[in-house]
Design a protein around this ligand. Structure first.
Ligand SMILES: Nc1ncnc2c1ncn2[C@@H]1O[C@H](COP(=O)(O)OP(=O)(O)O)[C@@H](O)[C@H]1O
Ligand SMILES: [Mg+2]
Length: 255
């Protein structure tokens, strides 16, 4: 299996203690663990949003931890997508303009092979259709529901066709049905080929992933692989059974 992300002995002084793991191409990996265990720190340091005090991170052949801040910004813009609980939408822009923003920023850096405005619009509109938020293009971010807004964030994160999506508690601020919709879309994004590294508190959400890491005090204390074919439509386990499996595993870890 091709490796897309490799994290080796990642350290953040006093928070992360030599964390190592890999992600396969197309994998959806959940990170669980109690509040304060270092999940967000792990995600930020892996994605080059923060400066680790030790260790190395590769995105395919690129040594992320060896890049300058400017190179990391460029890498994040072109090859990574981000979806956070606090959605960081621009309040003065419409939903559509928010979604277009990273693509316009990427275009500025592209020069010769920049995409036309029409192309960007087509991509944005297509993503909005796919995520069932068509018709909200001209709304302001206060005129849509939390679930719709988070789906717009997923659209925004996918504009530059990233290789990997980092999601930190993307369903954390949503009610159950909105959380379900957002999860369904993250799974769809993953099935279409984007690796997803997802931090979550929710065992139901984690049970939809391929694999789960359990973090405690900045260390990986457990790992659970969900069977591959369970991801297929003809699921061997029901959603309830998957969730029970994760909950049993978590109880064993003292969750
Ligand atoms: N910028 C920071 N400076 C110092 N300590 C931090 C910083 N960010 C987080 N921490 C601490 O690191 C630990 C892990 O935090 P965090 O990664 O946010 O945990 P989680 O996402 O699992 O809740 C916590 O004890 C937190 O207080
Ligand atoms: Mg966190």
């Amino acid at each position: 299996m091709e490796t897309i992300l490799r994290v080796e002995d990642l350290e953040k002084e006093g928070i992360l203690d030599r964390i190592s793991f890999e992600m396969a191409r197309g994998e959806m990996l959940a990170v669980m663990g109690p509040s304060g265990s270092g999940k967000s720190t792990l995600l930020y340091n892996t994605a080059g949003l923060d400066q680790p005090t030790g260790g190395r991170v590769w995105l395919r052949d690129t040594l992320v931890t060896g890049l300058s801040e400017d190179e990391k910004a460029k890498l994040r813009l072109h090859r990574m997508g981000f979806v956070f609980q606090q959605m960081n939408m621009m309040p003065r822009l419409t939903i559509l303009d928010n979604i277009l923003l990273p693509a316009i920023q990427a275009n500025r850096r592209r020069g010769r092979d920049r995409r036309t405005k029409a192309e960007l619009m087509r991509t944005a509109i297509g993503l909005m259709q796919k995520l069932s938020i068509s018709g909200l293009e001209e709304r302001s971010i206060t005129q849509v529901s939390g679930g719709q807004l988070q789906r717009a964030c997923i659209c925004r994160s996918m504009m530059n066709a990233p290789e990997i999506l980092f999601a930190d508690e993307p369903t954390g601020a949503l009610n159950r049905s909105a959380a379900k919709e957002v999860m369904r879309e993250l799974i769809r994004v993953n099935r279409e080929g984007t690796a997803v590294l997802l931090v979550t508190h929710d065992s139901g959400v984690a049970s939809q992933c391929d694999r789960i890491l359990y973090l405690l005090d900045g260390r990986i204390r457990g790992e659970l692989t969900m069977e591959q074919d369970e991801k297929a439509q003809a699921s061997a386990l029901t959603d309830k059974q998957r969730e029970d499996k994760v909950n049993d595993w978590l109880s064993g870890l003292g969750w």
